[in-house]
Design a protein around this ligand. Structure first.
Ligand SMILES: Cc1ncc(COP(=O)(O)O)c(C=O)c1O
Length: 359
């Protein structure tokens, strides 16, 4: 038997593995997971029943075209069916976007720090990641991003609101940026957290994409809609891009359970958005509590807050974990804390206050 191992693509060397938010420790007195930007509410009863009903058909492949879900989304957003593509979470769709546009020798631009999957999926594609630092206020530096465009640029991610800082880019600055980007470069507006936005100057990407063929919008059912475990997200994009996404998607990737639960969630939207409203008011309470304690916190429009703790990041995360709240540290930079149940937010605020007093 030969001793050589199969040849793997050199581009995979050194890819950082995706670090999922740590689960809450089992067996502790209280343990809240505020590390993955999940929705703390359990599935709505109607959504649960729909998912259970779909489970009876596990022996069958799902509807590959996601017909029910696509029809619902086309109606809701007033977009043609040919402009929609679904995938295994919006990160699955993002990966298809890269597969459709970028390969070795190409460049992909994104702000940094931003969603940690961007460098990973870019490297898998073989393209070069071009990271443009956030401004000192932790906001996308759109001027610097426009200046980073070269004739090798194929795709630009704009994460709005940005994960992990919660900061936003507003309509006028985004339009100005889009006017500067060449029309053969795809700009992806990643709006995973858009349902939590209350700032009226933050644009809805689906309005922006309509007359811009080089703009694609990514949305997910994982956050506001509370279906993170079912893996369903989608893109809205003009036909050549959406068609490429349908070609590159994993066949039958979105389970029937996920498709049916997504439709049921859209139909239960009033109730779901009531929950989102509660999270938004909790976000305000947590933000104000932190500011009152003396922390500098960027204004957030997402379901999380960002504390730039620098060297104290890992210590702070350890103290939180001991207290019963698991947060998401980015060593040397800061901690992202998801808005959770009221009690979890209380416990986090209390822990942050105690930590601050000891500084
Ligand atoms: C900015 C952003 N985009 C996309 C995703 C992916 O979400 P999903 O693949 O669950 O749809 C996340 C998840 O954390 C995110 O923060």
């Amino acid at each position: 038997m030969s001793e050589t191992s199969p040849k793997l693509r050199a581009e995979l060397d050194g890819i950082p593995t995706y670090k999922p938010g740590k689960p809450a420790a089992a067996g502790g007195p209280v343990a809240y997971k505020l590390s993955s930007n999940e929705n703390p509410y359990p599935p709505l009863p109607g959504v649960m029943e729909t998912a259970i009903a779909a489970a009876h058909g596990f022996n069958r492949y799902p509807d590959m075209a996601c017909t029910g879900l696509m029809n619902e989304l086309a109606d809701r957003f007033g977009v043609p069916l040919s402009h929609l593509a679904a995938g295994t979470g919006s990160v699955g769709v993002a990966q298809s976007l890269l597969q459709s546009t970028s390969g070795p020798g190409d460049e992909v631009i994104f702000a940094w720090r931003s969603f940690e999957a961007y460098p990973i999926i870019t490297q898998i594609s073989g393209a070069k990641a071009v990271r443009v630092p956030l401004t000192s206020g932790d906001v996308h530096d759109l001027d610097a991003m426009a200046e980073a465009v070269t004739d090798r640029t194929r795709l630009i991610f704009v994460c709005n609101p940005n994960n992990p800082t919660g900061t936003v880019v507003r309509r006028a600055e985004l339009e100005r940026f889009l006017d500067r980007v060449p029309s053969d470069v795809l700009v992806v507006l990643d709006e995973a957290y858009c349902e939590f936005v209350r700032d009226v100057d933050v644009p809805n990407g689906i309005e922006i994409y309509r007359d811009r063929p080089n703009v694609a919008v990514l949305r997910t059912f994982s956050k506001a809609y509370g279906l993170a475990g079912l893996r369903v997200g989608f893109a809205v994009a003009h036909e050549p891009v959406a068609a490429a996404l349908r070609k590159t998607a994993v066949p039958f990737g979105v389970s029937q359970l996920a498709q049916d639960a997504a439709v049921a969630s859209l139909q239960a939207e009033d109730e779901l958005m009531g929950r989102v409203g509660s999270l938004v008011s909790e976000r305000g309470r947590v933000y104000e509590g932190l500011v009152k304690q003396g922390w500098t916190v960027p204004e957030t429009q997402a379901n999380f807050v960002w504390l730039r703790l620098g060297e104290r990041t890992v210590d702070f995360a350890a103290v939180c974990e001991k207290a019963g709240v698991v947060v998401r540290p980015f060593a040397g930079e800061g901690v992202r804390v998801t808005i959770g149940e009221d009690e979890a937010n209380d416990l986090f605020l209390h822990t942050a206050e105690a930590f601050r007093k000891e500084l």
